[in-house]
Design a protein around this ligand. Structure first.
Ligand code: BGC
Length: 715
């Protein structure tokens, strides 16, 4: 009999339910504490999983209670939201998505996992894979952006990075893909609201990242808080027991979101904790995070005949199997036993700096205000985000305190030691106080360039941070307008640097500033990274993974829309358009400028006729006609029409990058299996239909900038 089967045979019901329970832990002056309970629960074996305990010493002290003092010596699983770094913070996911680089995504995940494992953590609630096309939703910041293709690539890379080569290694964590599923489609972008979408959109847009995570071997999955088509995800038999476990063969752990099982009562599908627990367990949820419904409700559910002991045992088996795979039975102190070296931490900061610089998207640079020339000796650095260490972290910060994250002021001072850098916040991020505007404007006098650091506070995106207005908060617009007016009057170049967890709706700023950078939230090395781009030490290469609306009323907005029977035509009133704004976003998906100047040409595709099992080769030449070395990103889209279903006008199928010196020519190539051109047919099953497929290649999802060729798919 296996170790796990033997344990299960020996366990009391209370001990079993303990393994299905996760609760929050902390450490106070009086010692370890756990939420809603005493630490005796660890010794009693009635809590088997803890979240939010930080520090290897604290983790090991708690672990000793379980391993040395509990009857069955089952180790505790320690989990934390290590989303974009643990102590060293990397850019938030939406920023990282701008790299379009799976290797970099895996690298930062690997580094974050190693740092968290060194703190004793064994599981992270990451990656977050919710495709989001509505920037009102604050959690857009945590995910891959608007494209399911990007979501799937990010899923694979992050799972690889978090879990490493072997889950049992001392520096590996179990990944938890979340939030399954379609959370990004909450009604009106309002946090926790219900979701209603077609089965087709679910399959085409929201499921692919999770499918990719499962295929990459993700250890665990977290259902979303939300209800989908009237069924809360925490109780969704069709999607958990059905699609996930049966169809994809997922054998890992499903861990509920925070208190989500108890919230089934609020959703209106359960009358009490016993019913809620039964619904979740029967759907396939193994661990109850923070609701206490499994511990308190499952015994009642058992007595009412709502669940069976065999169902409980299956869940316990999955949890213990995960603990075994993590190596916790063999050595529960493996993680957190050897502190990391100073050299490792320094190398990690360097990675954070490089990735952060690459995550910056240069939205405009019309007047070629960037990079700052050598003549820029006096800079006016204005705005509430210019010297805001804590904000640089973004909305999750795991074990990182508020200090020590490089600000733009610090970064510029380090990069330009011979320059005078004048700084004033001007206004606060939020609030109505305008008294600082006039003195800030005075700093522009005699400056060689003006840099405005504007945007959201870190906690204005992330969980429970939906916004209906996506302009700059507080009095920042008033500050920016006053500063820009002075800069224009004096002919001083003006540069905007936007910090935000979502695309902001700021067409006025894009128009009036000479250059504009999207800096998202870049993490611990933010200020160095921004300085690297401003000074030209690094040519920006980030490309936005979300469309930037020009008006909030355009939301939801994304590049993969389906055609309409009445395409927009300014000369025809009865066509699909707004009366007051163009349909197109201000900046399309994939947009991002560099200090180079690239042209794409000579698109070739072969074969001209593609058959099932074949591979399509696509090649395009790229030339850097600018005077600086830079990296170009090339996107491959397809559009298949006619087909048996109306397919999106652009479907992303590949991304390639090439770095070229001034005047240099190069090429990028893609290989696409024929099946990759298929779609879900009218019956929602995958099909490769014969007919014409347009191949579109270019620097972003703006149709008129794409080179085109056509091929035929034949049987
Ligand atoms: C969030 C999850 C997170 C969990 C644990 C919840 O409120 O929705 O994303 O993993 O808390 O911190």
């Amino acid at each position: 009999m296996s170790r796990i089967d033997a344990l299960i045979e020996d366990m009391t019901l209370a001990e079993k339910l303990g393994q299905l329970t996760m609760t929050a832990a902390g450490h106070t002056v009086t010692g370890p504490v756990i939420a809603g309970d005493s630490v005796d629960a660890i010794q009693a074996g009635t809590v088997g999983n803890l979240l939010n305990l930080i520090g290897a010493d604290h983790v090991h002290a708690m672990q000793r209670l379980a391993v040395e003092r509990s009857r069955l010596h089952i180790p505790v699983l320690f989990a934390l939201d290590v989303t974009h770094g643990h102590r060293t913070l990397f850019p938030v996911s939406l920023a990282e998505a701008s790299l379009f680089d799976p290797q970099a995504w895996a690298l930062t995940a690997r580094e974050a996992a190693r740092e968290a494992a060194a703190d004793g953590i064994a599981m992270t609630f990451a990656p977050m894979l919710d495709v989001a096309r509505d920037p009102r939703w604050g959690r857009s910041v945590e995910g891959p952006g608007e494209s399911p293709w990007v979501g799937a690539r990010m899923a694979e890379a992050k799972v690889r990075g978090i879990q490493g080569d072997a889950l049992g290694a001392a520096d590996s964590l179990a990944a938890v893909a979340k939030h399954y599923c379609a959370y990004g489609a909450v009604t009106a972008g309002r946090e926790y609201a219900s979701v209603d979408l077609s089965e087709r959109t679910l399959r085409e847009v929201h499921l692919p990242p999770f499918e990719a995570a499962v295929r990459a071997g993700v250890a665990a999955i977290m259902p979303a808080f939300t209800a989908l088509g009237g069924i809360p995800m925490t109780a969704h038999q069709g999607l958990i027991a059905g699609w996930l476990r049966k169809r994809l063969g997922f054998e890992g752990v499903v861990v509920s979101d925070y208190n989500a099982i108890a919230e089934l009562i609020e959703h209106g599908v359960a009358a009490d904790a016993a019913e809620a627990a039964a619904l979740a367990l029967r759907a396939g949820v193994d661990i109850d995070m923070m609701a206490g419904c499994y511990r308190n409700g499952l015994p009642v559910a058992l007595s009412r005949g709502l669940v069976s002991l065999a169902e409980i045992d299956r869940a316990v088996h999955r949890v213990l199997t995960l603990k075994e795979r993590l190596g916790l039975f063999d050595d529960p102190y493996r993680r957190g036993s050897s502190p990391e070296s100073v050299a490792t931490l320094a190398r990690r900061r360097q990675i954070a700096r490089e990735v952060a610089a690459r995550a910056i998207v240069m939205l405009t640079n019309g007047a070629r205000a960037l990079p700052l020339g050598a003549a820029a000796r006096t800079l006016a650095l204005i705005g509430p985000l210019a010297d805001a260490s804590a904000e640089m972290r973004g909305p999750w910060w795991a074990a990182a305190g508020p200090e020590g994250h490089v600000t733009v002021l610090e970064g510029l001072r380090a990069a330009l030691p011979g320059s005078e850098i004048r700084h004033a916040p001007g206004v606060a991020i939020e609030g109505g106080e305008r008294g600082g505007i006039a003195p800030a404007v005075e700093l522009c006098e005699g400056a060689d360039a003006v840099i405005l650091c504007l945007g959201e506070a870190a906690v204005m995106s992330g969980e429970a941070a939906s916004r209906a207005h996506l302009d700059l908060p507080g009095e920042q617009r008033a500050l920016a307008e006053a500063v820009l007016q002075r800069a224009h009057a004096r002919g001083t170049p003006s540069i905007g640097v936007l910090f935000s967890g979502r695309p902001l709706v700021v067409p006025w700023l894009a128009e009036r500033a000479d250059a504009l950078l999207a800096a998202w939230f870049l993490g611990s090395e933010a200020g160095h990274a921004v300085a690297d781009v401003l000074t030209g030490r690094i040519s920006p290469s980030g490309r936005t993974a979300v469309s930037w609306p020009r008006a909030t009323g355009q939301i939801p907005i994304f590049h993969g829309e389906r055609p309409t029977g009445r395409p927009a035509d300014p000369a025809n009133h009865y066509t699909s358009k707004y009366l007051d704004v163009p349909n197109e976003p201000l900046f399309p998906f994939g947009h991002g400028l560099t200090y180079g100047s690239f042209t794409l040409s000579a698109l070739s595709v072969s074969p001209q006729t593609l058959r099932p099992g074949g591979v399509l080769a696509v090649r395009v030449e790229v030339a850097n006609e600018g005077d600086r070395a830079a990296e170009e990103t090339v996107f491959l889209f397809i559009h298949a029409q006619p087909a048996s279903v109306s397919r999106p006008t652009l479907e992303l199928k590949g991304v390639a990058k090439v770095r070229l010196q001034p005047g240099e020519r190069g090429a990028v190539g893609f290989e696409l299996p024929a099946e990759g051109l298929g779609c879900l047919g009218a019956d929602l099953e995958p099909v490769l239909e014969p007919g014409e497929v347009e191949i579109l290649v270019g620097p972003c999802a703006e149709r008129r900038r794409l080179l085109r060729a056509s091929i035929r798919v034949a049987q």
